[in-house]
Design a protein around this ligand. Sequence first.
Ligand code: THU
Ligand code: ZN
Length: 337
Amino acid sequence: MLKVLRKVVIWCEIDQTAAGNKQEYRSLGELVTILFAVILGMGLSELGEVKSGYDLAVLFLGYLTVILSWWGYNWGIIRHPETNKLNYFVDVFLMAVYWWLIYQRDPLWMVLSGYITMFGLYWIWEAVRLCNEEGLGASKRKILQNASRLNRRFFLLSGILLVLNLDLLGVTLGGGLSVLALFLIVVGYRWLIHRIYHPKGNLEVQTKPVNDLEQTLANQARDAARNARVHLSHFRVGAAIAAESGNIYTGCNIEFDNYSNTIHAEESAISAFVTAGEKRAIAIAVYTFVDDIAFPCGMCRQSLFELGGKDMKVLACNPHSSETRTMDELLPAGFKL
Ligand code: THU
Ligand code: ZN
């Protein structure tokens, strides 16, 4: 039974930390399609209870905000992974509107029960993913643990609010106070879960300690990755090369509609490096937003080997971790004329 459940979770794995890579979202897309079907079905069944034009408008707006919120969230994390503040505010706004619209139709205790179920399901979802430990990196496990803890707390919080509203303890929160508390729960939850899934860009969990130069290179590569032109692959890469002179040169991948004109992030950093008159490279950082950090491809390894020799340091990083190798490890017996 647990095995089947694990398979299901892996199949529809929502890998939010892997934002930037469209491939990772194929399965998420399937999940969203199912969700849309459920939402549409719910909307159709509720149509039977519509008594006035106002009812219909509220129903229509409510379902529209759910769909927009989902679409905006997924579009946002694919397009602008890591720091997508605008998306967060739109999402929170839509959630608040959605919640207010349901409140127009249903009593508060029903809305609250909906939220308890939601936090409960999220909690179970993350717990099952955590059980499936194999293949989980340390950084990802930490994200899931934090998310699971947060969901548990919000589950309890909305449970307490429900109990207060059901008047089970003899103390009742006023309707206005409950509405305010629920609003804060919705906004607070979105804010905290966003922070857990999108930790600040600096390497927070490090598989290896990095020195000042490596940290600077990683930050500059990350900033360059944000400018990547990746309408075809949605796979952002940034690179920062440190020259012997002390200067740093950055680049990002640039894709073109005919595919073959694509320039790798390392190539564009190398162009800047050589154009500035540099001869010798000592280190490079390559930054991607996917969970499995990526080292330069074979072609780029050859170019870097020629510029930096076998002792050149190659740092591969993502928002949660970094790993350093030497050029010799990545390209033993590199080609030389
Ligand atoms: N890419 C790089 O920028 N560097 C590499 O070493 C591997 C691949 C880019 C090229 C393309 O825009 C995208 O990643 C997907 O292949
Ligand atoms: Zn390459």
